[in-house]
Write a protein that binds this ligand. Structure first.
Ligand SMILES: C[S@@+](CC[C@H](N)C(=O)[O-])C[C@H]1O[C@@H](n2cnc3c(N)ncnc32)[C@H](O)[C@@H]1O
Length: 334
């Protein structure tokens, strides 16, 4: 890694317009440096409210580099930040001197997106931060359309999308995830925003049997005796479908490259007339156009043809070399 400070300064400079807009609408969490796309392979720098989170995925940063980046970020942004460096790559050299975060930095903090609060803790049991910043444009869209709507948030993680829907006045939000610890953070996000937990419900379950039941389809399972959470069929106006790339469960395989329709079709079947699915695909090798074709064909075959399919671009703090960011989002409207 070379010219770290210069890279960070330039990256913040190129974000001047975006940061101005984000600050103006009550957002204080964003990516400041996006790895190789901005000249620093294996390094990301994010702001989450008062936290400056530096993540390395190859070589760890020496403490002196963390200090230098911290000073540069504070200078460029004109605010005080608490730095934490998390390393998720290879082993450090024998003479590596790590950065030691303060107790205050490791405490729980609040980050804000369009005025909605999200609890953050730089280090916790999991690896990923509690809010995925690249999904901001998807959350903004949901926030703009959720008022009075029934929203199903599948693969909810810490319920980020469900929280903005509830904050925007959704009539009902159902967040589904099989990670109890992630839903527990979602519960703290509900409390941090003073939301009514009854209007932003959490269902601790595998999404596959829940989705199939909501769609009126039989649950598929590996063995008759595999238990599953029972739910009644219920229509939703907006379904958020943000699956992992690949995962196996007792209820089937999630394979967003080879078989997106096995998720997308039941998502469409849960929609009320005029409803919409916000779908995502995180696989870098999947081209947006090819994925859109899969969605359109699946909808037509399911007898729920799409009125429109609107690609939702990621915000400019996630630049890509070729204009083809790994995260693709699309709003599919009936
Ligand atoms: C990429 S994260 C989703 C991020 C989330 N949509 C957000 O807004 O932050 C993937 C989530 O899917 C959950 N997950 C993966 N497979 C699952 C399954 N079969 N059923 C339920 N949750 C699952 C994981 O626990 C994780 O929280």
């Amino acid at each position: 890694m070379h010219d770290l400070e210069g890279c960070l300064r330039r990256a913040i400079g190129t974000r001047a317009d975006l940061l101005g807009r984000l600050h103006a609408d009550g957002t204080d969490c964003y990516r400041l440096l996006h790895g190789i796309a901005e000249g620093q392979e294996g390094l990301t720098v994010d702001r989450y409210g008062p936290l400056l989170l530096l993540q390395t995925f190859r070589a760890p940063l020496p403490g002196s580099a963390v200090d230098a980046l911290h000073a540069a970020a504070e200078r460029e942004l004109g605010c005080t930040l608490l730095p934490v460096h998390n390393h998720r790559g290879g082993p450090a050299a024998a003479d590596h001197v790590p950065h030691t975060p303060t107790t205050a930095a490791l405490a729980e903090h609040l980050a804000h997106e369009r005025g909605v609060r999200f609890v953050q803790q730089a280090r916790h049991r999991g690896q990923d931060p509690w809010l995925f910043l690249d999904l901001r444009a998807g959350r903004a869209l949901v926030q703009s359309m959720a008022q009075g709507k029934r929203v199903l948030n599948l693969f909810a993680y810490t319920c980020g999308v469900g929280i903005v829907a509830a904050a925007a006045g959704a009539a009902r939000v159902l967040n589904v995830d099989f990670a109890a610890s992630a839903l527990a953070v979602g519960g703290r996000n509900v409390a941090a925003n003073g939301l009514d937990p009854a209007r932003c419900a959490m269902l601790h379950s595998d999404c596959l049997p829940v989705l199939r039941q909501l769609a009126g389809q039989p649950v598929q399972r590996r063995g008759k005796h595999v238990p599953f959470v029972r739910v009644d069929r219920e229509p939703f106006d907006l379904v958020v479908l943000d699956p992992p790339r690949h995962a196996k469960s007792p209820f089937g395989t999630i394979d967003v490259v080879g078989d997106y329709p096995s998720l997308f079709k039941p998502a469409l079947m849960t929609l009320a007339e005029g409803g919409a699915v916000l779908a995502t695909n995180h696989v870098p090798t999947v081209a947006a156009d090819a994925w859109h074709d899969v969605l359109r064909r699946c909808a037509a075959k399911a007898g729920r043809p799409l009125r429109e399919l609107v690609p939702i671009p990621v915000d400019a703090d996630f630049p890509s070399f070729d204009g083809q960011p790994p995260l693709k989002m699309a709003l599919a409207r009936l």
